[in-house]
Ligand binder design. Structure first.
Ligand code: AHR
Length: 501
């Protein structure tokens, strides 16, 4: 028998907007993330539009990707935008020092990225080089991109084939400036931010939000110092947090063939996102009580040991049911903090870390993470609604004092979507047990419930390019409305999203 749990939906108490940017992506020049994953070149036999894979664009359109962050990551702080414009035959080849020393051909540069963005129908989030460059390079790239005038940079853009300015709604000023972006202290970075921002000239032509390089995981001191010293020079500050099953960078754990203990430790680690957001938000509230500055979790997701036989610098990993549930757990967490969390970007879109898509030459697989994003599309630009429930806890390991590390067996979120309907998302992290949720609907009148469920028999069920899919969402049959109570029978290890009519 499944455990029955009572919950209450408060549809008459709408909360903050859940920005569509919560569902953002991150695509770095890393491994096969851009080259192969997005860019195959105009002469490739793989179907493409101006060198960009049609299958990948089609798949990303279907999940309504709202924003793509590019070109890094660590790569961004060594990137020189001039390398990637003009005649492709004359572009320099550079060494990608961060990611395996692989040659960077610069065939995918500014114009190709914006072509990709426009084909997908999404927004651009550029990360500019602070760590190894200067404000002039940033200023000139912004002018090249956004100037509507007759100045030389705008004319150069036109000569390279783009008459109108590009739309650049978000610009990151540095990436991981505490680490690969320059090994800075927060005090030093705050000064750099102020200096770069002085030449940013935010205004009519360049209205892009200024995103400060934020903290590594629980380093709230970084957020504190940077906001104290430079709050006026930013519209958002970022935060990076990766889920490592072991929390150990030298042995992170495998993407496939893991056991239930590793499953549970993964969810313990991923659920820490909730505590992490609370801690950074408390610091932000101190410096910005009116919540003008957004918190952008612009890198998150699972990070496992690379697949055997692949280049360790290319961060290629498979993606299983576990990853699909990790994604949904994080969405449900983000939905609770959307008065501050205005954007997140999963790392990364194709072939790198917790990818949406894996490619193998002309073949492509959609991952369980992709399907979680697809199921949650109705939450984009919806209004959060409280759904009160207390889940039993599970154990994800021991801390250094031998104490159990616990996390809730499932988490939930609810919202009123743009179509006027109420949606509920549930991520059940329990590998063995399902639950029956009895949700009191209060004043809400609903006649029917329908939706999708993502689950599988095996913990590491995954899709492989060129092979029949083994994991994909199917219609959810476990919902019933009994008067003012919605009964949902949630299977073990699953993601469920339902709509009430
Ligand atoms: O996503 C991979 C890398 O992780 C990024 O380049 C960097 O910002 C982070 O450390």
């Amino acid at each position: 028998a499944q455990t029955k749990i009572d919950a209450t939906l408060k549809a008459d108490q709408p909360g903050a907007e859940i920005s569509r940017y919560i569902y953002g992506q991150f695509s770095e020049h890393l491994g096969a993330g851009v080259y192969e994953g997005v860019w195959v070149g105009k002469d490739s036999p793989i179907p493409n539009t101006r060198g960009i894979r049609n299958d990948v664009v089609g798949a990303l359109k279907a999940i309504k990707v709202p924003v793509i962050r590019w070109p890094g990551g660590c790569f961004a702080d060594e990137y020189h935008w001039r390398d990637g414009i003009g005649d492709p035959a004359k572009r320099p080849s550079r060494k990608n020092n961060w990611w395996g020393g692989t040659p960077e051909s610069n065939q995918f540069g500014t114009h190709e990225f914006f072509d990709f963005v426009e084909q997908v129908g999404t927004d651009a989030y550029l990360s500019v080089n602070v760590g190894s460059s200067n404000p002039t390079e940033m200023r000139e790239w912004i002018e090249y991109l956004t100037s509507p005038g007759d100045d030389t940079l705008a004319q150069e853009r036109r000569a390279n084939g783009r008459k109108d300015p590009f739309k650049v709604p978000f610009i990151g000023i540095g990436n991981e400036s505490w680490g690969c972006g320059g090994n800075m202290t927060p005090e030093y970075y705050a000064n750099e931010l102020r200096r770069f921002e002085a030449f940013y000239h935010k205004g009519k032509d360049n209205s892009g939000a200024r995103v400060a390089s934020g903290a590594n995981a629980f380093d709230t001191n970084w957020t504190d110092v940077v906001m104290k010293n430079a709050v006026r020079n930013m519209d958002a500050i970022s935060l990076h947090y990766y889920t490592l099953p072991t929390a150990n960078w030298s042995k992170k754990g495998p993407a496939l063939n893991f056991d239930e203990a590793q499953w549970n430790s993964t969810f313990y680690q991923t659920y820490r996102m909730d505590d992490l957001l609370q801690k950074h938000i408390a610091v932000m509230d101190k410096h910005d009580p009116k919540k003008r500055v957004g918190l952008y979790v612009d890198e998150w997701g699972t990070w496992y040991d690379v697949e055997a036989g692949t280049n360790p610098g290319h961060l290629y990993q498979q993606n299983t049911l576990r990853d699909g549930i990790v994604a949904a757990v994080n969405f449900n967490i983000f939905h609770h903090y959307t008065d501050r969390v205005k954007m997140t970007n999963i790392a990364q879109t194709v072939n790198v870390l917790q990818a949406m898509i894996l490619t193998d030459k002309e073949k492509m697989a959609l991952t369980p993470t992709y399907y979680a994003f697809k199921m949650y599309v109705p939450f984009q630009d919806s209004t959060a609604i409280p759904l009160d429930v207390t889940a039993p806890t599970l154990i994800g390991g021991k801390d250094k004092d031998g104490k159990d590390q616990t996390f809730p067996a499932f988490n939930v979120s609810a919202a009123k979507a743009k179509d006027g309907k109420i949606y509920i998302g549930i991520a059940n992290m329990n590998a063995k047990e399902g639950y029956v949720l009895n949700i009191n609907l209060g004043t809400l009148k609903a006649k029917s419930v329908s939706g999708d469920v993502l689950t599988a028999d095996k913990l590491d069920a995954h899709n492989v390019p060129g092979q029949k899919e083994v994991i994909t969402p199917v219609a959810f049959k476990g919902g019933k409305i009994k008067g003012s109570v919605l009964e949902l029978t949630i299977p073990a290890k699953s993601v469920v999203v339902v709509k009430l009519d």
